[in-house]
Design a protein around this ligand. Structure first.
Ligand code: DHB
Ligand code: FE
Length: 291
């Protein structure tokens, strides 16, 4: 049986990818951010998952305003890196898992989530920056990735509650996949940020902290935050945080926070990172370290 062992919440701010690609990680502006991700990178290197489900949003690169699916799953063998205007990021192409992705689609659609099937797509910073932050800069990515794109770029985005329930259905779908593989699910984007308009640069640290706390203390309370509340409280693009609720829904009850990092600013965004292990995986790790 496949199992989800943990969830990662992380911002996907494109300037972070550019800082790595241009050798700026040691500069005073960036060094504290990359230092804050070191423990998460170590955790990932230690745990070595087989598959990553990357819940992210496309920023009008793979999809344009002609077609915007609410929930789309990538079923391709490989995903080329999108050119977002400055040339594609110099990172390896992303290897998919078409068989398992197709299984997820089948299970989710039969569970009444209307998933768009995507057999060909490029992936942008929403997916590649989290890979860089957690896996560093290897010659080839050490995991297979199933992209799950959520529309948060055009109104209406799905509610947090819908996203949380999708996460629960993903847990069920993963557990009905026969192969013995460990899966880590990412929720990306956020935290508070607004990149244009009169309120550009808005950061609401209290909102972000309450959100991080709620992921383990009371995720159901977070599902009651209305989409408009994310925008009002934490900036237009804070709506990306609904994707963290897909991740959280997939972890089940009793999940444990094991690492958290929060940093302002990166570009003009509030950057957050959290690692949450499922109850079973956490118990297994605790037993192993006690032995
Ligand atoms: C920016 C873009 C994003 O997609 C995001 O999540 C955060 C910041 C930006 O352009 O700065
Ligand atoms: Fe984004």
């Amino acid at each position: 049986m496949a199992r989800i062992i943990a969830g990662i919440g992380t911002s996907h701010t494109p300037a972070i990818g550019a800082a790595v690609d241009n050798g700026k990680t040691a500069e005073p502006y960036w060094a504290p951010l990359f230092k804050g991700y070191e423990p998460a990178k170590k955790w990932m290197a230690d745990v070595k998952p087989d598959v990553v489900i990357m819940v992210y949003n496309d920023h009008v690169n793979a999809f344009d305003f002609k077609i915007i699916p609410t929930f789309a799953i990538g079923c391709a063998d490989e995903y080329p890196i999108a050119d977002e205007g400055w040339g594609p990021r110099p990172v390896p192409p992303v290897k998919g898992h078409p068989e398992m992705a197709s299984h997820l689609v089948q299970s989710l659609v039969l569970d009444e989530f209307d998933i768009t099937i995507v057999n060909e797509m490029q992936v942008d910073h929403g997916l590649t920056v989290p890979l860089t932050l957690l896996f560093g800069s290897p010659a080839a990515w050490p995991v297979r990735v199933i992209p799950l794109a959520v529309n948060v770029v055009q109104y209406p985005a799905p509610t947090g509650n819908r996203c949380y329930n999708l996460g629960k259905a993903i847990k069920k779908a993963v557990e009905s996949w026969d192969e013995d593989v460990n899966v880590v699910i990412f929720g990306t984007g956020g935290m508070s940020h607004q990149i244009q308009g009169k309120r550009a640069g808005l950061i609401n640290k209290d909102f972000d902290t309450r959100f991080l706390d709620g992921l383990t203390k009371d995720p159901v309370a977070l599902t009651k935050i209305a989409p408009i509340e994310y925008l009002r409280e934490a900036g237009n693009e804070a709506i990306e945080l609904v994707m963290w609720l897909v991740m959280r829904g997939a972890l089940g009850d009793g999940a444990e926070e094991i690492y958290r990092f929060y940093h302002v600013p990166a570009s003009s965004t509030g950057v957050g990172n959290i690692i949450i292990e499922t109850k079973d995986f956490h118990a297994q790790r605790a037993k192993k370290s006690a032995a």
